[in-house]
Design a protein. Structure first.
Length: 368
């Protein structure tokens, strides 16, 4: 294989993490960067630069018109333009980075053959209230599809939705399930049975209001919540709240791993969406040996490998009564708890490890 120039585009936080000792953080949110960096390819990183720009107002209007994450003012500059002119492959780690750099990418593609690849998480399936927003949203999405070599879906549900909606472009759509750094997310410690339950996450599709109701309804259990979006004003006695954000590195990966280790269950109530919400937390928790209970949404990423009551607990809807029954039953049935824990950890180690993810990503990027 010929030596390639590869650029990864992230929102933030990766350059800072790379300055730390490699055993202090997990590698999954680099989407293969370290893998390619160890090859003969030249690999570089571009991140958002959130400074004031003359483009701010333009992108504010475009955001309002399309309801898409267009933030070109943070990426479009001379330095990044020079980098793109020299690259062969560009990997956008989410649609926000791709849409934000789209105008500059299209301009450079007029004179240079750059192959672009976009990781997709929750772009499709959103219903627009106003026709004008739907109109502009569809235009930008179609431009993104046409200008990309691959749209890489991390969730099977969203992938299937996109294939059905845009059949002409299905050859550009690829499903590659998110995978994790199983070497980091592991535990050799014997887990002590307790009544501790964890919740971790900040994305907009977590059902935070429902979570509060659930916590209040289960005073006999202790909840550890790591989130910037959980904004209860109530004095909840069985809640330990950590206001945290991955991108800002408020709490590091080692801290999150300890939360999993000290918990007997991780709960993830999710609003219905095609976004693979809760995916990374589920894989991390199961890998450490803490079973997961999660809402089964339209965007649940892999209904083939994840089987209810075998290696995970899937809940059909967010009703306090239903969740309470399932949580109570889970803690009462010790043998079942142990079985799900073992099967879950085995599944992640076998099918959702970074070695497989990186090799498959390489095949996708360099396919003819």
């Amino acid at each position: 294989m010929n030596k390639k120039n590869i650029i990864y585009v992230f929102i933030s936080g990766r350059k800072e993490k790379l300055s730390l000792p490699s055993d202090e953080y997990a590698k999954e949110f680099f989407y293969g960067y370290q893998y390619f960096d160890k090859t003969d390819h030249n690999v570089d990183i571009i991140e958002f630069n959130e400074q004031k720009s003359s483009l701010n107002f333009i992108y504010f209007i475009l955001n309002k018109l399309s309801d898409l994450p267009l933030y070109g003012q943070y990426l479009i500059n001379k330095e990044n333009y020079q980098k793109l002119k020299k690259t062969d492959e560009i990997i956008f780690t989410n649609q926000k980075t791709a849409f934000s750099m789209l105008p500059m990418l299209i301009y450079i593609k007029l004179t240079k053959n750059i192959q672009s690849h976009v990781f997709i998480m929750g772009l499709f399936g959103k219903t627009m209230k106003y026709r004008i927003k739907h109109f502009f949203r569809e235009i930008f999405i179609k431009i993104l599809i046409r200008s990309s070599k691959n749209l890489i879906f991390l969730g099977l549900g969203e992938y299937q939705f996109a294939v059905k909606k845009y059949p002409k472009h299905k050859n550009k759509f690829v499903f590659l399930s998110f995978s994790i750094d199983t070497k980091f997310w592991s535990s050799s410690e014997l887990k002590v049975e307790n009544n501790n339950i964890a919740f971790i996450g900040n994305d907009g599709m977590r059902d935070y209001e429902f979570l509060e109701e659930l916590i209040v309804s289960l005073p006999e259990y202790n909840f550890s919540v790591v989130s910037n979006k959980f904004n209860s004003t109530a004095n909840i006695q069985n809640l330990e709240l950590f206001k945290g954000d991955w991108g800002k590195y408020t709490y590091n990966d080692s801290f999150i791993r300890e939360i999993y280790k000290k918990s007997s269950l991780t709960v993830l109530p999710i609003k219905n969406t095609y976004q693979p919400s809760g995916q990374s937390v589920t894989l991390q928790s199961m890998s450490v040996g803490t079973p997961v209970m999660i809402t089964k949404t339209d965007g649940f990423w892999d209904p083939i490998n994840f089987i209810n009551n075998k290696n995970i607990h899937l809940i059909e809807k967010n009703e306090v009564r239903v969740w309470k029954q399932n949580i109570t039953r889970y803690f009462e049935e010790k043998k079942e708890m142990e079985k799900v824990k073992i099967k879950g950890a085995e599944l992640i180690l076998e099918k959702f490890n970074l070695d497989y993810f990186n090799q498959r990503l390489e095949e996708i990027i360099f396919k003819k």
